[in-house]
Design a protein around this ligand. Sequence first.
Ligand SMILES: [Fe+2]
Length: 311
Amino acid sequence: MNMNSIYIDAPMTDDARREALYRGQLLVYSATPNSTRLVEFTRGMLREAFGSLDPETAQYHMSVEEYAALLADLKPKFIHHPKSKEFLRAILRDLDCNPEKTYFDVPRMRSSTSDNYLTSGIAYAFHPHRDCWYSAPFCQINFWIPVYPIQSENSMAFHPAYWSRGIRNGSREYNYDEWNRISRQSAAQHVKTDTRKQPKAEEVIELDPQIRVILPPGGILLFSAAQMHSSVPNTSGRTRFSIDFRTVHSDDVTQRRGAPNVDSECTGTTMRDYLRVSDLAHVPEQLIAMYDTPPCLTSTDSDAVQPATRS
Ligand SMILES: [Fe+2]
């Protein structure tokens, strides 16, 4: 099945929506009351951090070191702010996700500066990848929300040819626990270069055809974690700020439903990160264990490949 559709404000049940996402489709929703509140809250944090500078153009008035330090302070504050979590829970309710069965992880604030100003470490410019190369389960759904108006030149891109086509990649050397232990804390240090080992395509990747969805601030873009996607090289003259977060649904976790696995060989799982919308409970340990493959398996061991979960 190839990805071929973008659904706008589709009146679908959450079950039907996840099914479409697992077939590679993209879904876009207009801003909801709570995604609008989240955007306002985020803009408030940005204003506070940048002071008299406009966050979208502040990069032209600050040294890159100063800018990276500001983001290194701001981004964790946003991620861990109790209000961020509350907005997410409210957005998921706005979208009719079942609060007893939907689990989410904390939101990230992303920035994409223009003209190659800062593209590593705290403002990493994502090369084409699937989140499933980074130990995300195949039932993970990504939510992406722009904070200010975006344009094609500072958006993100999907590479639909790779929905059903695998590519040689470095995911076999990636283990989520290992990554957390060694790399994450040091992201702020990588101002000019980034030496952390990220799973990347190991053959030439054709960026075209590509799809860039230009949605308004507070609009919500949903896509499967198996989608090949990347940050567009920003040539717009404005820094793009966006918010993203991820969910899983416990029925899909239990029944191993999700997008097909065409090329991921990483180990470990991000399943421990998700919290239930209703009460912030973690995914039950026995379900996590179903996905938590140990790092000692090698790529030649077929068990190391996370199973294709579409039956
Ligand atoms: Fe991603």
